[in-house]
Design a protein around this ligand. Sequence first.
Ligand code: PLP
Length: 355
Amino acid sequence: MDIQLEKISEKEAKTKPDQNSLGFGRHFTDHMLVMPYTEGKGWHDLTIQPYRNFSLDPAAMVLHYGQAIFEGMKAYRGKDGGIYLFRPADNIERMNISAARLCMPQLPVDEVLVALKELLRLDEDWIPTAKGATLYIRPTMIATEAALGVRPAKQYLFFVILSPVGAYYPEGFNPVKIYVTDKYVRAVPGGVGHIKTAGNYAASIMAAVEAQQAGFTQVLWLDAVERRYIEEVGTMNIFFVIGDEIVTPPLGGSILPGITRDSVIQVAKGWGLNVVERRITIDEVLAAQENGSLKEIFGTGTAAVISPVGSLHYKGQDCLINNGETGALSQRLFDEIQAIQYGAKEDPYGWVIRV
Ligand SMILES: *Cc1c(COP(=O)(O)O)cnc(C)c1O
């Protein structure tokens, strides 16, 4: 598929934001990638064009029935000036799993990656150079057919937008306070918890707002059936260091198969550590804290890489983890994975691609 290119004119170029106050997801670059899909014709008109508003019919099916999926990945500016991507094919392949679950069309992975690299080269001046800052990449697919009625749409739009984002930890790690909810659930077995579809995030907002109003940063989700087994924390996967085990809930149910989760498992196993994917209850975690065997808890995700957990609040009780401080393993994993992502350290896994 040829890539059509429509560049901004010089006077359309946006003023770039101050690199030291980027925040997250507030600024967008000059160009975006778009590719429509029409039943019978397939994907067509792969185009890089100026970042601009879409025109959507009010009956566009995504607005009514929520066929919407997305991904989150990053481009990193290496010390050597190179642009690096971390496991990008895994993101597009995961998007295809999301698409299949919602009866949306499959993306051509290789062509999408070629176009993404071209988009990054075109907007490369937007990739921040400040330490820890990155260019966040948001591939998205929505149903655009104008029709009412619950069924798979016949028209879709795939697009990729880019957003320069600041360092997640500008002043070093800051362990988060977590609220364990037994009132709300994120996902049910047989549902869509294992895919990145918009509705999952809409459904999670109320729990997050209530937790924040009570002074916590994120919500820890328990399973929907027994409300005992730990699933995820906010929009991150979760790990527990108990005794000589590193425990994380298994895939295959309602949790998101994080690429950072998988990277942490591989790196820790590569160091000879004992990583176990198994179900773990909130009671087991609290008992481990009581008997002193719980050493660390951390979340994993593209945005933060590693997010140390400083405390858990469950059924009215506060439980301090590792004295509220960042654990040694959290720090070591963060340093290792970030160094690989920025092309600063040898990558024995074949994860990093130079654009
Ligand atoms: C995206 C996401 C994650 C983390 O996935 P990564 O590929 O590591 O970024 C974990 N849980 C949820 C619910 C997510 O949406």
